[in-house]
Write a protein that binds this ligand. Structure first.
Ligand SMILES: [Zn+2]
Length: 253
C-alpha cells in the first residue's frame, strides 16, 4: 500500500490549507474541541481515547495543529461542526440518536477526516491513508464534489451488549480516525471511521450500491434519525484496532 503522510508544519504564520492565504492560522481541531471540553468537565480533565499505538487510555490531549485561517476555521464550524456537536450532545443526553440533516453529517465526517490527515497532532499520527483517499476526502471536504458521490456514510450509537463497558464509558470515548478495509457482500471497501461522544462516524468507499436496501447508511438530503444503536461487538474493526494497538504497543516496548 502506498501511504501518504503530508502533515502540516504547525507554525502559526503559515499557509491556510483551504484558501491558500499566507496568514496567522488558528488552532484547528480535527475532531472538534467541544467534544473534549465537554468530556473533560465530567472526566477530571481526561477523556478515554483509543490511540493507535497505545490502545484505549485516558488523555488530556485535544489534538490541534495550525491548519486553517480564522475564516476557513469558521467555515467548517458553521457548515458542519456546530450541527454535529449538537447532534452528539443531544444523543448523549437523550440516550438515542437525534434527527439531523444527513448532508451536514456527511460533510462533517469528510471534514474531520480531511483535517485529521493534515494534522501534526500526535493523536492523528496513526491515521495513514493513500493518495487516492486524500483526493477523495479533499474533494468532498472542500466542496469540489458532493460527499455522497464518493462515499456511503454510516453513523451509529455504540453500546456494549455484554455490559463490560458502561454507557458512561462509551460516551466518554473518542477514537481518532482510522482506515481499514471491510468486506460488504463480496466487495472490498475502504472504511474511515472515528468515534466522538460514543457515536460512531464512518465513510465507506466505494459507496455501497443503492440496490442494497440498508437503512444504516445516510441518505443525501434526508433529515431524520440516522440509525438505531449498534453493539460494540458488531464492530469487528473496532475490536481490530484495539488488537492492533495492543500488539504494536507490546512490540515497541
Ligand atoms: Zn483560509
Amino acid at each position: 500500500m502506498d501511504w501518504t503522510q503530508r502533515r502540516v508544519n504547525s507554525e502559526k504564520l503559515s499557509t491556510c490549507e483551504r484558501c491558500g492565504l499566507n496568514t496567522q492560522l488558528r488552532k484547528s481541531h480535527a475532531i472538534p474541541d467541544a467534544f473534549f471540553r465537554d468530556l473533560k468537565r465530567s472526566g477530571k480533565g481526561k477523556v478515554t481515547k483509543i490511540h493507535q499505538d497505545f490502545g484505549p487510555r485516558p488523555s488530556s490531549e485535544s489534538g490541534w495543529s495550525y491548519i486553517l485561517c480564522a475564516q476557513c476555521e469558521m467555515h467548517f464550524n458553521a457548515s458542519c461542526d456546530e450541527a454535529a456537536i449538537l447532534f452528539v450532545k443531544h444523543t448523549v443526553s437523550k440516550s438515542q440518536l437525534q434527527a439531523i440533516d444527513h448532508s451536514t453529517l456527511a460533510l462533517f465526517i469528510c471534514s474531520v477526516l480531511w483535517r485529521a490527515q493534515l494534522s501534526s497532532a500526535s493523536m492523528y499520527g496513526g491515521y495513514k491513508i493513500t493518495k487516492a483517499d486524500v483526493d477523495q476526502i479533499s474533494s468532498a471536504a472542500l466542496g469540489r464534489c458532493d460527499p455522497f458521490m464518493s462515499f456511503s456514510f454510516e453513523v451509529a450509537q455504540l453500546h456494549d451488549e455484554d455490559g463490560n463497558i458502561s454507557i458512561n464509558q462509551i460516551r466518554k470515548t473518542i477514537a481518532a480516525p482510522y482506515r481499514t478495509e471491510v468486506k460488504i457482500g463480496s466487495n472490498l471497501h475502504t472504511i474511515h471511521y472515528f468515534v466522538a461522544g460514543g457515536v460512531f462516524f464512518s465513510a465507506l468507499s466505494p459507496k455501497v450500491p443503492s440496490i442494497v436496501l440498508d437503512h444504516r447508511y445516510l441518505v443525501q438530503g434526508a433529515r431524520d434519525v440516522p440509525r438505531v444503536k449498534r453493539s460494540l461487538s458488531s464492530l469487528s474493526n473496532f475490536r481490530k484496532i484495539e488488537a492492533i494497538a495492543r500488539r504494536e504497543a507490546g512490540s515497541s516496548s
